[in-house]
Design a protein around this ligand. Structure first.
Ligand code: NAD
Length: 543
């Protein structure tokens, strides 16, 4: 032990590697891609640090080469899920009472390992399993996850430092207690960083966790678990439980010790989990914390004063990178007629020129969409657009699932701004544009605000300051992350804390102190140095 007031190292955002030809990081990544492509990982459950092989197997495939299995994993059943709760309870006794600096050191060590010798492996696992390009894997699985780990311990320190005032003769203290019970982390396929953050953020604050990763992100999740183990995370603090959400969630959500849900995924799944928690209130020992970041129907508004090249870049990067499978991806665009007339031909030809294919070939801008169900959903949305009056397919519009689940980046236009394509999340490379007369900007902002149930991200592209000010005000509740003259994706930990309200979630801002606060129950302590010894107040005297 040490007697010292410690400060965690000041975090800085992890630099993004270029992977340009001839760089060492490119050579290391290519080698790791070849290695992981040549083997099939077998992934067990990890309960209290022990490998559990259930024998009930499922597989994860490469979305861009769907006959190629990258991992097979052991599917947990209700019994394994129950054992995970017991392991979390066992581990909690030491973990919750450990000095927070000692806990923090585990995650700082994990960040350093990921930034160095484990980097290429987790990048390759994310590229092959989720079909991300080298750049998309780098900003997610390396940079963002490293940032989550380093910044979250820094934010934890800030929270622990916030202490109340003390009048003379007394000492008041705030003790941020870990929640009583266990946290259930349920993670999505699309970000390795989010999958790593949802179990680790509560653990940093002294909680113990059962983590169910997505079937479609299994390999990178497994390497994240191995990373945490190598960093010295004690057994049982995070229990790794591959399986099916509809089978496992009820086991954990019906448990009296269920203390928190840390979820990222679709709005419908989140609603169903919240309803289950509500129905269970009488059986819980505490009111559980329900934290969820969910879907989006993210927008770009191009004002008549917008730089045309900025609009094209924002649509292509914001709409199509990682096949549009970011919760923040732009999928509805409102463009002033005068701007549209300038950009239409170039935009269509740029989109048609985007290369789609195997992400191991670094010249591809996009890979495959995550699974067959997603591919079918996108194909149906495009087919529906072809049949909808007033809609046109201007670019892309074709799908091919012979080798991988490839959907061409697609640009649709609609005369009617209330069609389903402007309201519903498809979670694929489909952008729908509505062209509005330059002079109806204010009405268009109202439309943007009211068309969709979501409120995650959005962007205004304009040069006129008055238009920027008007949009920032009119769209105040339409997006939790609002961008001015930039694409609405690519939030950086510590710089743009991420999350939205409305149907997009509880807006607890991943990678910020706001999020960590949800996983503690504050205790206030008052100590008086010399206790009062007479109960009578002076005013009670008669004279
Ligand atoms: P999903 O909701 O299908 O799955 C999320 C997790 O829940 C997975 O682990 C899955 O196995 C599990 N699950 C699925 N059905 C379940 C059920 N009935 N009961 C219990 N668990 C169940 O989401 P996804 O396809 O993995 O991710 C895409 C969604 O996530 C999109 O809607 C996207 O917008 C959203 N997302 C939001 C954010 C954000 O920060 N707001 C970030 C990333 C993704």
């Amino acid at each position: 032990m040490v007697d010292a007031v410690l400060h965690v190292p000041t975090p800085v955002n992890d630099p993004v590697s270029s992977f340009a030809p001839g760089t060492p990081e490119r050579a290391a990544l290519k080698a790791e891609l070849a290695r992981l492509s040549g083997e099939v990982a077998e992934i067990p459950c990890v309960i209290g640090g022990e490998r559990v092989h259930t024998g009930r197997m499922d597989v994860q495939v490469m979305p861009h080469r769907h006959r190629h299995v990258v991992a097979k994993f052991h599917v947990a059943d209700a019994d394994v899920a129950q054992r995970a709760v017991l392991a979390a309870a066992d581990a909690r006794r030491e973990w919750a009472s450990m000095r927070w600096e000692a806990r923090a050191a585990v995650f700082l060590r994990a960040a350093e390992l990921l930034a160095t010798r484990r980097r290429a492996t987790i990048l390759a696992a994310t590229m092959l399993g989720q079909s991300k390009t080298a750049h998309q894997a780098e900003i997610d699985a390396a940079c963002e996850l490293i940032d989550f780990l380093r910044f979250n311990v820094h934010f934890a320190q800030q929270l622990y430092q916030q202490q109340p005032l003390s009048s003379p003769g007394m000492w008041n203290q705030t003790d941020l207690r870990p929640l009583e019970g266990f946290t259930f982390a349920l993670t999505p396929f699309n970000f390795t960083a989010i999958a790593g953050n949802l179990p680790t953020a509560p653990a940093i604050m002294g909680n113990t966790v059962v983590w169910k990763p997505s079937e479609s992100q299994m390999l990178a999740a497994w390497h994240t678990m191995l990373l945490l183990e190598e960093a010295g995370l004690p057994p049982g603090v995070i229990n790794f439980v591959p399986g099916y959400g509809h089978e496992l969630a009820p086991v954990w959500m019906d448990h009296p010790d269920f203390a928190a849900l840390h979820f990222t995924g679709s709005t419908d799944v989140f609603k169903s989990l919240w309803k289950r928690a509500a129905a269970n209130l009488d059986r819980y020992k505490s009111f559980p914390r329900i934290v969820g970041e969910t879907g989006g129907k993210d927008f770009i508004v191009a004002h008549a004063s917008a730089d045309p090249a900025a609009v094209i870049t924002a649509i292509i990067r914001g709409g199509y990178e990682f096949q549009g499978q970011k919760c923040s991806a732009a999928s509805r665009v409102y463009i002033a007629r005068s701007v549209w007339d300038k950009i239409k031909d170039e935009l269509v030809s740029e989109i048609d020129g985007l290369k789609v294919g195997d992400v191991s070939d670094f010249t591809n801008f996009m890979g495959g969409v995550i699974k067959k169900a997603a591919f079918d959903r996108h194909a149906a949305a495009i087919a529906e657009a072809r049949e909808t009056a007033g809609m046109k397919v201007l670019a892309g519009g074709t799908c091919d699932d012979r080798e991988g689940w490839f959907v061409r980046p697609t640009l649709l236009t609609t005369e009617d701004p209330s069609v389903r394509h402007m309201r519903d999340e498809f979670f694929g490379p489909i952008v729908t544009a509505h062209v509005y007369p330059d002079e109806v900007f204010s009405e268009t902002l109202r439309l943007v605000d009211q068309t969709s149930a979501y409120g995650l991200t959005g962007a205004i592209i304009a040069n006129e300051r008055g238009a920027i000010v008007e949009a920032t005000t009119a769209l105040r509740n339409a997006a939790g992350n609002f961008y001015i003259n930039d694409k609405p994706t690519g939030a950086v930990v510590g710089q743009q804390p991420f999350g939205g309200a409305r149907a997009s979630g509880t807006d607890d801002k991943a990678g910020s102190a706001l999020n960590l606060l949800r996983f503690v129950a504050a205790r206030t302590i008052k100590e008086v140095f010399v206790s009062p010894t007479d109960w009578r107040y002076p005013f009670l005297a008669e004279s």
